[in-house]
Design a protein around this ligand. Structure first.
Ligand code: CA
Length: 224
């Protein structure tokens, strides 16, 4: 027999009983290392003379679900502007599985396990279970109320089968970014100042304003 798996590297994985012709495997195989072996068998007589043409033997290693999905990152950072409409794209998360991607063992599905905080709705986001795209599904993103959401996301092989699939989790941190949705407001409705007569260039009063938008951004600086 030849080449690989018999007298070619990796050698000795397959042996054939010279009398019965029974082909056996001598050690565990790993499809993720070698998915297919090509062997060639010769039938010889007792003196070692070839009595038939050699035959090719192809051995496909059947995939087992021996690899868990692995997220490419443990923490994924994304952002979305406050006030975004439902259906707004936020970010994409990705996991890989070393098992056969064309078999159930390597077919992944995503889902969101939890969202914190759960306001204004416990389901502000959804995830495309095949692509890992996270989008908004509810209105009410308000940076002045919630600046950041933390989602626990899960990838499961076997097409997400909760009984037979292997799973792993990661964290998606979504920052709600500021938009200029708050007008500046004067801190008081009336400002009082006193000016001595016959003077100029004196400070009458400091007019101060507040703005609920994120400090030190263009949305926050007020021009008088
Ligand atoms: Ca797998």
């Amino acid at each position: 027999m030849r080449p690989e798996g018999a007298d070619q590297p990796p050698t000795g994985i397959f042996i054939i009983n010279p009398i019965s012709g029974q082909l056996s495997v001598t050690k565990p195989l790993d499809r993720e290392l070698i998915a297919r072996f090509h062997l060639r068998a010769h039938a010889v007589d007792i003196n070692g003379n070839q009595v038939e043409n050699p035959i090719d033997i192809v051995i496909n290693v059947i995939d087992m679900n021996d690899n868990r999905p692995e997220f490419l990152h443990q923490v994924w950072n994304g952002s979305v502007p406050e006030g975004s409409k439902p259906g707004t794209y936020v970010m994409t998360v990705t996991a890989i599985d070393a098992d056969d991607p064309n078999a159930l063992n390597g077919m992944l599905r995503y889902r969101i396990l939890s969202q914190a905080p759960s306001t204004p709705s416990p389901n502000m986001f959804t995830i495309n279970n095949e692509t890992g795209d996270i989008i908004t599904v509810a209105a009410g993103l308000d940076r002045e109320k919630v600046q950041q959401y933390t989602l626990i996301i899960q990838a499961t092989d076997m097409e997400g089968n909760p009984t037979y699939g292997l799973s792993n989790t990661a964290t998606a941190v979504i920052t709600v970014t500021d938009v200029n949705d708050n007008p500046p407001e004067f801190t008081a409705m009336t400002f009082y100042g006193e000016v001595p007569e016959n003077r100029v260039d004196v400070i009458v009063a400091n007019l101060t304003v507040t703005d609920k938008d994120q400090p030190h951004t263009p949305a926050w600086n007020a021009a008088y």
